[in-house]
Design a protein. Structure first.
Length: 284
């Protein structure tokens, strides 16, 4: 039944990698909107539940970064030469590290608590005193951290252009990012509401924000790698490096600060297992 998904996707969307990337971007953005909208029915999720869900998201992204981006980038698109892909990994991590100098960690904008190792720790950016500035900066911070996800989906479909055998990898990556967008959207919405933002308004803003960045980046990623094929291993590495940076610098520390490290770790392991299963099943 899982294998039929690839055939159904092609029948519905077609074989154009750009259209497939557009569909993928719409799907992952919709999953983000779904997660953000859960606050309308699940009004007070516990910290334990959120940490477990975010751990799951981290596990999915962790496995996807290797199985769908780094390993194919080295083995299939660089002829076994690891340098282009690993250079992209370093570049992706450096991009988000430098972006943090301009836009601080999202949780600081909501809680007012800044990590000692964060960029410009002496700065003061009010999260709740100046409401509009806080909201704008918050959305910008989350947008920067969602960019690699949209790019990764587009790169995945661009890499599979004209090769149905590789479409399964792109689809597994799309599903993985979509799945992790649900707990991510919920967690960000809860944090924003706790900071005083309106429940219904923020759920809508979160969905729009996700679509604004993820959908065009998915299309851009597909166009770039389908047009300029030598860019492919660099682009795959860049997306993977950015995802790994977010996992290590943002998601895991957040899930380990409230005393539910074991729950978060079990969630991470579950995410890794599910992503590995999806990758093998869809690639078969």
């Amino acid at each position: 039944m899982i294998l039929d998904f690839s055939e159904s996707f092609v029948r519905l969307i077609g074989t154009s990698p750009v259209m497939q990337a557009l569909a993928g971007g719409l799907i992952i953005a919709s999953m983000n909107l779904l997660g953000a909208s859960l606050v309308l029915v699940w009004r007070n999720p516990s910290e334990r539940a959120l940490d477990g869900m975010l751990g799951f998201a981290a596990g999915v992204m962790l496995a996807a970064a290797f199985t769908s981006l780094i390993i194919p980038g080295i083995e299939q698109y660089s002829g076994g030469n690891p340098i282009p892909t690993l250079f992209g990994v370093a570049l992706g991590a450096l991009f988000l590290d430098r972006a943090d100098v301009l836009v601080p960690h999202a949780h600081y904008l909501l809680t007012g608590e800044r990590r000692t190792d964060a960029a410009t720790p002496e700065g003061t950016i009010p999260a709740t005193d100046e409401r509009l500035a806080g909201v704008v900066l918050f959305i910008l911070a989350i947008t920067l951290h969602n960019m690699p996800e949209g790019l990764a989906v587009g790169v995945g479909f661009g890499a599979a252009a004209g090769d149905p055998a590789r479409l399964g990898g792109a689809l597994s990556l799309m599903i993985a990012i979509g799945l992790q967008n649900i707990p991510e959207g919920l967690a960000v919405s809860v944090a924003a509401i706790n900071a005083g933002l309106d429940r219904r308004l923020y759920a809508a803003v979160a969905g729009i924000r996700a679509g604004v960045v993820e959908i065009p980046l998915a299309v851009l990623g597909a166009v770039a790698v389908a047009t300029i094929e030598p860019l492919l291993p660099y682009a795959m590495g860049f997306a993977a490096g950015a995802m790994l940076f977010v996992i290590s610098d943002e998601i895991i520390p957040e899930t380990h600060r409230s005393g539910y490290e074991r729950v978060a770790t079990l969630g991470l392991m579950a995410g890794v297992v599910i992503m590995l299963y999806l990758d093998i099943a869809l690639a078969g």
